[in-house]
Design a protein around this ligand. Structure first.
Ligand code: AMP
Ligand code: ZN
Length: 474
């Protein structure tokens, strides 16, 4: 039986979905104003493991992840780049998909964009106005928190902390209370806006998640996940909006992952310790090593990203892959699987499941698999492994790997024709002085394992081989 830690109750709870055999999950997605960083990817990896383990347990998973393509940051970025909001956010959305594909993060069933759901947002805001849970002030519309007594139930904050927690927005002096938040913001000069029944403006950030979650998953669904920074105010506000409008419980299990930090410090551009997946891969790390590192620490613990943790992750991936390679390529003697091997495998599976059932304790689950690898290597070294044993162990590894997504993942080979076309596109971009685009094309190819070398007259390329990877260094 799977237990998950529910932020709402601060307890590990037995997980029972609303509909038998089916789990509906909403995960807050990227704000597409820049490349996602390895912190974001840590959260997306945790959600990938959650999804994969639910599937391992036989559930059908229906996951929705929103793409935040309108907010202060995307508007500012688009204005600075001179591009339209759509063009600007589309570009970073594409890069987001490259990043998650590179890490073999499974796709959600739905990736709705906020700007495609303005009509539904208007419907929800009107409902809140009808329920007296929202009010108009100087053309903007705010949520009236004093009218929703359950406010604070997720973050468990007292009223004073709630007020202190809100950033005071100088643009929003017209609010009835400091705690109230904007559902709809009156249009400002130079900002994208929509002409609607509730006025000309644009949505607040929180309303998009309530709308898209309920549209794709229903008014009440099973799991809502995100990083801990989203508990307050974002998820608290989602509850207020959704439950205020429907009168029903919005989410049954709230799951939050702790942050990734770098060398024990918060990651930030100003400190120079801010990394994207490309930054790490460019320095010689294999994408699967990065995947392993991002998933290997329990999601409710901070993940301290360091050079040595990367080296350990690489060694762990190599141990798993080499073991699988040994089982498939070495010549073992004929024979069925022995009792001893059967019981080693069953034990590993039991401990793997016990660990994962305990709030997705992946580090313990991995430990049980490494124990199996260690025992079996000793038996193989003593020439005591049979062909039947090898097949059996491989079958078990394949089951574990449905969750880990490491052992049997092959390198993505990009066809030569596509490589040449992208190189041509990059040469053209450089001629047109579109250096950012040129760099992104180089990064894309690198993520696919292709290294480019610019000479005076042309661009040469080669496939990156594991053997020639330099030692990881941050
Ligand atoms: P954003 O694009 O900022 O909306 O964030 C996307 C997801 O990444 C959210 O679930 C955030 O909580 C999460 N996130 C942001 N920073 C970090 C970090 N340093 N470590 C882990 N998750 C993070
Ligand atoms: Zn959200």
């Amino acid at each position: 039986m799977l237990y998950l830690f529910n932020t709402l109750t601060r307890q590990k709870e037995k997980f029972v979905p609303l509909s038998e055999g089916e789990v509906k999950i909403y995960t807050c997605g990227p704000t597409v104003y820049d490349r996602v960083h390895i912190g974001n990817l840590r959260t997306f990896m945790f959600e990938d493991i959650l999804r994969r383990y639910l599937q391992y347990k036989g559930f059908k998973v229906i996951q929705t992840m929103n793409i935040t393509d309108i907010d202060d940051k995307t508007i500012k970025g688009a204005l600075a780049s001179g591009k339209s909001l759509k063009e600007y956010t589309q570009h970073y959305t594409q890069l987001f998909f490259i990043d998650i594909d590179t890490l073999h993060i499974e796709h959600a069933e739905f990736y709705p964009h906020a700007t495609d759901h303005i009509d539904e947002m208007i419907v929800l805001i009107k409902k809140l106005l009808d329920h007296n849970l929202a009010y108009e002030s100087k053309g903007s519309i705010y949520y009236r928190i004093s009218a929703f007594p359950d406010y604070g139930k997720l973050s468990h904050l007292e009223s004073k902390e709630l007020i202190d927690g809100f950033r005071i927005d100088s643009d929003e002096y017209e609010k009835e209370s400091m705690k109230d938040f904007a559902l709809w913001k009156i249009s400002k000069e130079g900002e994208p806006s929509w002409e609607t029944e509730i006025g000309k403006g644009r949505p607040g950030w929180h309303i998009e998640c309530s709308v898209m979650a309920m549209k794709y998953l229903g008014e009440t669904f099973d799991i809502h996940a995100g990083g801990v920074d989203l508990i307050f105010p974002h998820h608290e506000n989602e509850i207020a909006q959704s439950e205020g409008a429907t009168g029903k419980q919005f989410v049954r299990y709230w799951l939050h992952s702790e942050h990734l930090i770098v060398d024990s410090e918060k990651m930030s551009k100003s400190k120079g310790n801010f990394y994207t997946a490309t930054d790490i891969i460019e320095k010689g790390t294999d994408p699967l090593t990065l995947r392993f590192l991002l998933m290997s620490v329990h999601y409710r613990k901070q993940l301290n990203f360091t050079s040595s943790s990367l080296v350990q992750a690489r060694e762990a991936v190599e141990r798993l892959k080499n073991f699988a390679l040994r089982l498939t390529t070495e010549h073992f003697r004929e024979g069925h699987s022995a009792e001893k091997i059967i019981s080693l495998c069953q034990n590993a599976k039991l401990h793997f499941e016990e660990a994962m059932d305990d709030d997705l304790n992946i580090s313990l689950a991995l430990a049980s698999v490494f124990e199996l690898v260690r025992h079996c290597n000793i038996i193989a070294d003593a020439n005591e492994l049979t062909k039947g044993d090898a097949t059996l162990i491989l079958n078990y590894l394949a089951q574990f790997d449905k969750v880990f997504g490491i052992i049997f993942i092959e390198k993505q080979e990009i066809p030569e024709q596509e490589i040449l076309a992208l190189i041509e596109e990059r040469i053209q971009a450089r001629k047109d002085k579109q250096y950012k685009k040129a760099d992104e094309l180089r990064d894309y190819l690198l993520m696919k394992g292709i290294i480019l070398e610019d000479t005076k007259t042309s661009t040469r390329w080669k496939r990156k081989l594991n053997a020639e990877l330099p030692k990881e260094e941050l």
